[in-house]
Design a protein around this ligand. Structure first.
Ligand SMILES: [Zn+2]
Ligand SMILES: [Zn+2]
Length: 261
């Protein structure tokens, strides 16, 4: 078995990503209630008792809502960087010392048979980071919640076999929306979220012939549509001569477990 993963839920209402390789079974973020998280795991037929740990990208509630509950109920170790620990400590409640692990941004850690590389992103949180996962010569990149994709990040995430990539909003829809101007400004800023078009542009720089599929993630409920995100990203890629298998994610439904082959 190679790396397998599922985007359990994605969007501003809650994010959770599952990845496994052999006996190593990791959850990244637990942004929905404990009960909802259990339902999502049931849908992909993974037993939460077999989970080996939870990685945390940043402290926003759409990434940590069910974190404390799950960690306590299933006695799971949590991996986060120092600033994120401090920023989320009060929100997640009591945890045993033995459950708290440090995993700094821009470092590499092996958990079981998966090697994880963390990298910093620009986003309005204490010390947000996302990940490359490697096993058996395969690479999966998870990257959402960032204002822009820097050249440095492009180099780090280049040539993955699969991407879970943010396509947050359609710029036109956001500008026309009823959001207050300061919220619009935040989303469009370098510390906000990546638009459909910027997602396509960044992808066109990082995908290679190795890349088999891309999941578009963290779509705004108000300022995007699955169809529109797919079409926009596809158009940018096609203009650059790239044909890519684009997949949707959903705020409430997990994507089927996909094995990277
Ligand atoms: Zn988020
Ligand atoms: Zn965020």
């Amino acid at each position: 078995m190679s790396l397998r993963f599922s985007v359990l839920a994605s969007g501003s209402t809650g994010n959770a990503f599952y990845i496994e390789h052999q006996d190593t079974k990791l959850l990244v973020d637990a942004g929905l209630s404990g009960k909802k998280m259990e339902e999502l795991f049931k849908q992909i037929d993974v037993d939460l008792n077999e989970l080996t740990g939870i990685l945390v990208t940043h402290e926003h509630s759409d990434h940590i809502k069910g974190l404390g509950v799950l960690a306590r109920k299933y006695d799971l170790p949590i991996y986060a960087n120092d600033k994120t620990w401090r920023a989320m400590e009060s929100a997640i409640g009591e945890l045993k010392m033995e459950q708290k692990f440090h995993f700094e941004a821009n470092s590499v850690k092996s958990l079981g048979s998966i090697e994880i590389e963390s990298f910093s992103v620009s986003h309005d949180a204490a010390d947000p980071m996302f990940f490359n996962f490697r096993a058996d010569g395969k690479k999966v990149t998870l990257i959402t919640d960032l204002g822009y994709v820097s050249e440095k990040i492009k180099a780090i995430i280049h040539g993955a076999d699969a991407y879970i990539f943010e396509a947050n909003h359609d710029v036109g829809m956001l500008q026309m929306s009823s959001y207050p101007w300061n919220v619009k400004r935040r989303i469009l800023s370098d510390y906000g979220h990546v638009s459909n078009e910027d997602c396509g542009l960044a992808l066109s720089d990082v995908v290679t012939e190795r890349t088999k599929r891309v999941y578009l993630a963290h779509l705004s409920r108000e300022n995007n549509l699955k169809e529109l995100a797919r079409m926009s990203v596809d158009q940018v890629l096609r203009e650059r001569g790239i044909e890519m298998d684009l997949h949707d994610t959903d705020p409430e439904k997990p994507t089927p477990l996909y094995e990277v082959i």
